[in-house]
Design a protein around this ligand. Sequence first.
Ligand code: LMR
Length: 342
Amino acid sequence: MRSQRPAQALRRGLLALAATAALLPSAFAQSPIVIKFSHVVATDTPKGKAAEFFAKRAAELTKGKVKVEVYPNSQLYKDKEEMEALQLGSVQMLAPSLSKFAPLGVKEFEAFDLPFIFDDYNDLHAVTQGPVGAKLLKKLESRGITGLAYWDNGFKVMSANKPLKAVEDYKGVKMRIQSSKVLDAQMRAVGALPQVLAFSETYQALQTGVVDGTENPPSNLYTQKMHEVQKHLSITNHGYLGYAVVVNKKFWDGLPADVRAALNKAMAESTKVANDVAFQDNQDALAKVKAAGKTTIYQPTLGERFLLKKAMFPVHKQMSSRIGEETINEIYKVTNFDPTKM
Ligand code: LMR
């Protein structure tokens, strides 16, 4: 029966393989599944708090099948590196600011950086909680990234070591910005000299005079102690800073369906936490900056704010071919903004 030997050998081989496979845990059979969630801000910020809440709810709703490890304050990665780490699968979850997605090639996200595009959170939510926001998140998939939610932070203030009241005051001031061409154009529109720096490098750059000033929502400014090295702050509310919570697509698609459903629920609850605390946190941070007594806080007059808007508004047109006119027009539409009235 020599002819049966190869068949027997093959069968024996297959059985051995099956036995080994049964012993090998599938990628997610080991417990718990670990999600490394890296971010660059302090724990005591809207993003930091929402990330902690997500970790807690993810554990509860998956009954311990998932463990979310949150790494705040650029502990693991700085801005640029964290995006790379996500794509490589070294971390599974991030919540970068919307200004940081264009370097991936998804330039439409820079629409969120356009100065004075949103009057308030209502305008913003009309975008982030509607079809325009969903469409933008979908664009990340071709980069191996799945967008799960938008989390609020808030409207930005300008700070520097000199008062920034009139448009002319910005002339020649070196301003740290995030890696966004729209923010670059916005600063140039008022004669400032923008410089891209990682968030984690900003405090030191301000302290050593590498840059003179920056823009951020008060919660970021205060929790990074930037007010200790900035003598002046103007409540310009000229632009918005918020986040997209993103996961590595391959990791996410590979999760068991029940785990993914539980995580989606945890994410929906965390989004509510982020958005509920954002406004108040920024108000509180401003009050704390004031109480610290190192920074003069200036509230621009309506006239000064109007002139700032007038100076910065041409950036919408200037950047429209980069961002995509379609995206900008969709945002104008849902926020009932008429650019011809500018
Ligand atoms: C910044 O770099 O200023 C912000 O994007 C930091 C953050 O994540 O809020």
